[in-house]
Design a protein around this ligand. Structure first.
Ligand code: FES
Length: 107
């Protein structure tokens, strides 16, 4: 079980519990976070679950796969060095306490 804070574009924050083995994308949707669209259902083929890791968080999570890296080239909001797909980050100790920012647009 992990706690992850999603920061909305306007600055408000949503604290979300992410069960072990559940993706940040799934937990965000279950929590009603509208900025995560997840059109492909978590298969890393749509890039509509784009998030930005905040300072200090980027080095804590597992590295991205080549597929995730490719998909991040197609995000609507500009890619940053800390961009990730939330469907590819899974609940567990590595994500506990993460603070992530939601982009303005996913589509
Ligand atoms: S849900 Fe489609 S890439 Fe993450």
């Amino acid at each position: 079980m992990a706690q992850v804070t999603f920061v909305h574009p306007g600055g408000s924050r949503s604290d979300v519990t992410v069960p072990d083995g559940v993706s940040l994308m799934e937990a965000a949707i279950d929590a009603g976070i509208d900025e995560i669209l997840a059109e492909c259902g978590g298969n890393a083929t749509c890039a509509t679950c784009h998030i930005y890791l905040t300072e200090g968080c980027a080095n804590r999570v597992p590295p991205m796969t080549p597929l995730e890296d490719d998909m991040l080239e197609g995000t609507v909001a500009p890619r940053r060095p800390t961009s990730r797909l939330s469907c590819q980050l899974v609940g567990g100790p590595a994500v506990d306490g993460l603070v992530v920012e939601l982009p303005e647009d996913q589509w």
